[in-house]
Write a protein that binds this ligand. Sequence first.
Ligand code: S3P
Length: 265
Amino acid sequence: MDKINAIREKIGACDDIIIEQLAIRMGHIQEIIAYKKATGIPILQPEQEKKQTAALEAKLGDNEFEEEILDIFKYIVKNSRRIQAKSLFDYNIFLIGFMGAGKSTVAGELKAKLEMDRVEMDQMIVEKQGMSISEIFDEYGEAYFRNLESNTLIELQKRKQTIVSCGGGVVMREENQDHMKKNGRIVLLTAKPETIYERVKDSTDRPILNGNMNVEFISELMEKRRARYEEVADVTVATDGKNVTQICEEIISKLIKLDNTSEEE
Ligand code: S3P
């Protein structure tokens, strides 16, 4: 029994060292973010992460626990991203824009890159109602659906550091803007009608486009909504011809710039 207690004590001493070193490491992560923020260099640096993994693998060489230690480092890096996001964005990020502007895809990528939470407004509504968006429109009409959207936004005010992919029509109600701005920033994603058409043409769960699946209709509706989208947006990113990583980097740098200027004021 004495022997096992002695081993446990040694493990406890290792834990103390790990905790101390992890806290030091996380402090350095905060320093890096502060540096990136102040100098404006890109926040996301996938190449650097790859280099770091290669360096780790080299260090571990033929270590008996290579696999396990590499697994632990995955969590360390994941949590570094979380620390990064916490110090960058202490608010919710609302992605708005026309159907097919890329809100869901970008939300998924931002979640992975920043380790923030992510929600799909449409999905929240579908789950709560137990009906598809098309069924809600058919059975209760658009005004009812818009009420559900406003209620969802009010619910989301309780959350922090969440990326919210909004339904395309959410900004058309004036009150929704206030719900979003309470603890969030609004990011508008744009795309040309032709690009939108290519992205949504096979979709069947967008009642607004049922029977209207053509560039002309998309273009007209977009024009009707354009002023409203632009009015509520804190930052705007055009998505045509860009890949999702470029779009995410642009969103992050524009938000940081916005926050830096509002801090200066
Ligand atoms: C709508 C957009 C849809 C969905 C609903 C209405 C709109 O969301 O909320 O069909 O009015 O633009 P997506 O933009 O995610 O397709």
